[in-house]
Write a protein that binds this ligand. Structure first.
Ligand code: NAP
Length: 253
């Protein structure tokens, strides 16, 4: 009897796109990638794509059942904490296999001056003690925590402009990686940056800012990842996710 695996990839990352690219060529596999729809001009994965929230864990559970999904691979960004928790709950409710694909964080090297803080608010509190001219790379959604810091000059690098009004001490730089060491050095030197604020996103695409900060001996405020969700099976690479998927039983079509 014909059977196929139906896989939902919760995306928005390079890993999610790489996994979709491998799965579209797999026999007897239907893959659907899901994006939140936050970015105006997203990098689209190959294959079938749906866009927009599901309506919390219960909405996602319904969606999984309606679309007869066999497996959810949550490859959302390490800081997408709500989606991550909802995916675990929804998969359990719908009786669907669940895997978390999350790239490892960065590792400090000799010469790094990292200050780890638990969240964005802690970063905003510590920032005035570390520098005056800030490269802020934590994204549009966390920018509001830094807007009251009027004693600082902040270069905020974002993919899309935030909705809120931007005060005079903050300059927006709209751009999207990947970035090079030369480019990051030039940016930091041109704007006389003396402190970098970043999430611990991991991966090679945005890592050059850390090498540039090391080279320029700048302090780095590193916002820690949200705590992992208990009961989640997790892997760190696309290859491991493929192995996990290939071990899953297929359902009758
Ligand atoms: P979040 O706070 O965990 O999620 C907020 C809501 O957005 C979720 O409750 C869900 O809405 C919807 N959502 C999130 N990811 C989705 C997906 N892949 N498909 C459909 N709906 C999704 O997530 P976030 O931090 O805003 O991230 C949103 C997206 O941007 C994710 O795809 C993530 O991978 C990507 N991204 C995030 C960051 C970051 O720093 N947070 C960086 C790069 C890329 P419902 O409750 O209605 O289902």
């Amino acid at each position: 009897m014909f059977s196929e695996r139906r896989v939902l990839i919760l995306g928005g990352t390079a890993e999610a796109r790489a996994l979709a690219a491998l799965l579209v060529d797999q026999p007897a596999t239907r893959v659907i990638s899901s994006l939140a729809g936050r970015v105006a001009d997203p990098r689209l994965p190959v294959g079938e794509v749906r866009v927009g929230g599901f309506g919390g864990a219960s909405g996602l559970a319904r969606w999984l059942t309606t679309h007869r999904i066999d497996a959810v691979v949550d490859a959302t960004h390490p800081y997408a904490a709500r989606m991550r928790a909802a995916a675990v709950d929804a998969a359990a409710t719908a009786g669907v296999a669940h895997l978390r694909l999350e790239r490892p964080g960065w590792t400090a090297q000799q010469g790094d001056r990292w200050h780890r803080v638990p969240d964005v608010d802690a970063a905003a509190r510590m920032l005035p003690r570390l520098g005056r001219r800030v490269l802020l790379t934590t994204g549009r959604q966390s920018i509001s925590a830094f807007l009251p810091l009027t004693g600082l000059w902040i270069l905020a690098r974002v993919v899309d402009a935030p909705a809120e009004p931007i005060p005079a001490h903050v300059r927006l730089l709209r751009s999207r990686g990947p970035y090079t060491l030369e480019g990051e050095l030039e940016l930091m030197r041109t704007h006389r940056i003396d402190v970098l604020v970043t999430k611990d996103s991991g991966g090679p695409l945005t890592e050059a800012k850390l090498a540039a900060a090391r080279r320029l001996e700048l302090p780095v405020l590193m916002i820690e990842r949200p705590a992992p969700v208990a009961s989640s099976t997790a892997v760190a690479t696309v290859e491991e996710a493929m192995d996990w998927l290939s071990a899953l039983p297929t359902q009758p079509g």
